[in-house]
Design a binder for this molecule. Structure first.
Ligand SMILES: *[C@@H]1O[C@H](CO)[C@@H](O)[C@H](O)[C@H]1NC(C)=O
Ligand SMILES: *[C@@H]1O[C@H](CO)[C@@H](O)[C@H](O)[C@H]1NC(C)=O
Ligand SMILES: *[C@@H]1O[C@H](CO)[C@@H](O)[C@H](O)[C@H]1NC(C)=O
Ligand SMILES: *[C@@H]1O[C@H](CO)[C@@H](O)[C@H](O)[C@H]1NC(C)=O
Ligand SMILES: *[C@@H]1O[C@H](CO)[C@@H](O)[C@H](O)[C@H]1NC(C)=O
Length: 222
């Protein structure tokens, strides 16, 4: 009799947990993550996506963080997850993550995006604050596709394939990022001969341009 009672209490606790507490990731976001996994794997010679698909709670998968109240995915750190040659990404794959704040895609040999499926698509993600595309193969075209991401505060393009003279080739597109606080353009192959492309970045607090050629004279007014 005593054992029965304890069993009931246990059942009650489990039921309450199930209905009241955070219970893993949202179904449509899990499906979107599996789609992402499929794209990473089918473009790779090998890959490293710890726990992806092994359990149903996608908030425990490697590089995925959820808001513990809403269950929404808020952070995706997909760093060095695929190995293989140049890859053209479909950025629309991130659209299902409506609450996404941080997206990091370090070191995946991404050379650009599929036509009409570039980062400009992500302008509807109002919470997106951090985008880290470092250690990839993006060329200058990436700059114009980022110009509509108005919520961005941190943008990292360290070690990509930007080249030429930035003020002429695309640099001015960054003007629209009025919330941008940190910009990292280090280790690309371009020179900067005119810093006026920074004038429109009204919130900028930090600019990292390690190993970039600067060619003066500079006009630092305004
Ligand atoms: C989780 O989401 C709630 C509701 O949108 C928000 O108030 C809270 O700040 C979020 N928590 C974190 C850690 O982002
Ligand atoms: C890109 O991904 C989205 C979302 O999964 C899909 O609807 C669209 O067809 C894809 N585009 C291409 C060109 O594969
Ligand atoms: C996102 O990145 C910022 C800046 O690096 C960091 O402070 C924050 O903890 C990260 N995670 C989330 C979920 O916002
Ligand atoms: C960088 O650009 C210069 C001049 O355009 C070129 O000669 C050099 O090969 C480039 N270096 C790399 C690593 O692409
Ligand atoms: C820098 O570029 C701006 C706008 O393109 C131009 O008005 C300005 O004269 C240039 N400054 C120098 C020193 O070349």
């Amino acid at each position: 009799m005593e054992i029965m009672k304890e069993c009931w209490i246990l059942v009650m606790i489990l039921l309450l947990r199930g209905s009241w507490c955070f219970d893993g990731c949202l179904e449509h976001e899990r499906i979107a993550l599996l789609q992402l996994k499929f794209e990473f794997i089918s473009s790779s010679s090998s890959y490293d996506m710890p726990l992806w698909g092994v359990n149903t709670d996608c908030c425990n998968w490697g590089g995925v963080k959820c808001n513990t109240t809403t269950g929404h995915v808020v952070e995706l750190s997909l760093d060095f997850m695929r190995r293989g040659g140049d890859w053209y990404l479909n950025a629309s794959l991130f659209l299902p993550f409506q609450q996404l704040k941080n997206l990091s895609l370090w070191g995946n040999n991404i050379a650009g995006c599929i036509k009409n499926e570039g980062f400009e698509r992500l302008s509807v993600l109002d919470n997106l604050e951090l985008l880290d595309l470092s250690f990839n193969h993006f060329n200058n075209n990436i700059l114009s596709s980022l110009s509509g991401l108005s919520s961005l505060k941190f943008l990292y393009l360290y070690e990509n394939r930007l080249k030429g003279i930035i003020n002429i080739e695309g640099g001015e597109e960054l003007l629209k990022l009025s919330n941008l606080q940190y910009l990292d353009l280090g280790y690309n192959n371009f020179s900067i001969n005119n810093l006026s492309f920074l004038n429109g970045l009204s919130s900028l607090k930090g600019l990292y341009i390690a190993n970039i050629q600067l060619k003066g004279p500079f006009d630092l007014k305004g």
